[in-house]
Ligand binder design. Structure first.
Ligand code: SF4
Length: 371
């Protein structure tokens, strides 16, 4: 929530992504989409500061996904760790589909289309961000700057005379091979080190390098927050599709029931058996929700069998219920009048679409498709 007052933030419901795992039952998607938007508003996303929208209302995401798919090596998608992991976890569904394999690429299009600089993610998503960076780099390398650079390189060599040609060619190779910000930085460092280059020549080369840099897509960074990953009720990754999640606006007694039935350290069979918090998913919830004193009480009580698991779980239940109370209150106005959410999302979609169209104009032009 802090982020929205520091940076322009975009939050979107990835309804197309939901189809990658629920293609055979799309009926749940519409209700879940509106529910999720109310969740975000309830959690404190402020539509006067941030943009809220729905992925499928900005069809440019699909166009960029398609264009990126032309040049994305299959191996990049197959090696994304969550691909195999999810296939194993959702073994009851047939996920040997093209859409499921392409999920991280659609995700890349979702981010790259806004030229986002930072993406708040859990640490399991870091490989996806890495892949987005590679995709952006590859795109810029293939379509972004080479033609411009060749022309400018020739001009520069002419203006600077043959004695500078060697240095210039080295710079060009650096820049062309990687086509990225880091290559540009390296090239500039080489210029700084170059002996007997007059200030004017140096300035001119700097100018050429900058001018020939035409990065159409920017490389995003992962923005990891503390406790960026809260495990699910079973200790695995929390996900609605794994059925191990606590929703943001859950009824009190449902929260209590879900936490009370959470598995604990398997070694604690009887109340008198000591346990090990590190082997218990409930402990991860204490790490996120409890203060130091409560954590100490839980850890000590667990190891000495001084407390029972139900006792240990109660402060977690109380903390979750406390956290959710104001969300229930904020959500009520949107539940009473759904047209409020519709209006917020319509504005958000308009704004997102303008940004996406700007990027797509550059992408089409770079790929020679702007006829
Ligand atoms: Fe887990 Fe707490 Fe039970 Fe220990 S006492 S096993 S931390 S629920």
């Amino acid at each position: 929530m802090r982020l929205q007052s520091e940076l322009p933030c975009l939050f979107f419901v990835a309804d197309w992504h939901a189809l990658t795992t629920h293609y055979d039952d799309p009926s749940v998607i519409e209700t879940s989409t509106w529910d999720m938007l109310i969740d975000w508003l309830a959690a404190g996303v402020d539509p006067s500061q941030a943009t809220l929208f729905i992925q499928s209302k900005v069809p440019e995401h699909a166009e960029l996904h398609l264009l990126l798919s032309m040049a994305t090596p299959l191996g990049w998608l197959e090696r994304v760790p969550t691909y195999k992991d999810q296939q194993e976890k959702l073994a009851d569904r047939d996920l040997a589909t093209y859409g499921f394999l392409g999920y991280p690429l659609l995700q890349a299009a979702d981010v790259l289309i806004y030229r986002a600089s930072q993406v708040p993610v859990g640490d399991d998503q870091v490989p996806h961000i890495e892949m987005m960076r590679e995709i952006a780099r590859r795109f810029n390398h293939l379509y972004g700057k080479e033609k411009g650079f060749e022309v400018k390189a020739q001009e520069a060599v002419k203006k600077l005379g043959s004695k500078r040609a060697k240095l210039y060619n080295e710079l060009r190779t650096q820049f062309q091979q990687q086509g990225s910000e880091s290559a540009l930085e390296q090239a500039k460092a080489m210029l700084d080190d170059a002996q007997n280059l007059s200030m004017i020549d140096r300035e001119r080369l700097f100018g050429f390098l900058e001018g020939s840099r035409k990065l159409i897509l920017s490389e995003p960074q992962a923005l990891l927050t503390e406790s960026s990953r809260l495990p699910g009720l079973d200790g695995q990754k929390m996900s609605k599709s794994y059925g191990n999640a606590i929703a943001l606006r859950e009824e009190k007694d449902v929260v209590a029931k879900k936490v009370r039935t959470m598995p604990t350290d398997p070694a604690r069979v009887r109340r008198t058996d000591p346990g090990d918090p590190d082997k218990c998913p409930v402990w991860q919830f204490h790490v996120v929700y409890s203060d130091n004193a409560t954590r100490e009480w839980a850890a000590k009580g667990c190891r000495s069998a001084g407390i029972g698991c139900l006792e240990c779980k109660q402060p977690v239940i109380d903390a979750i219920v406390r956290e959710q109370e104001p969300m229930h209150e904020r959500a009520q106005q949107y539940l009473d009048d759904p047209s409020l959410v519709r209006a917020i999302v319509a504005d958000g979609c308009d704004h997102a679409r303008k940004l996406a169209q700007d990027t797509m104009r550059d992408v089409r032009e770079a790929m020679g498709l702007s006829y």
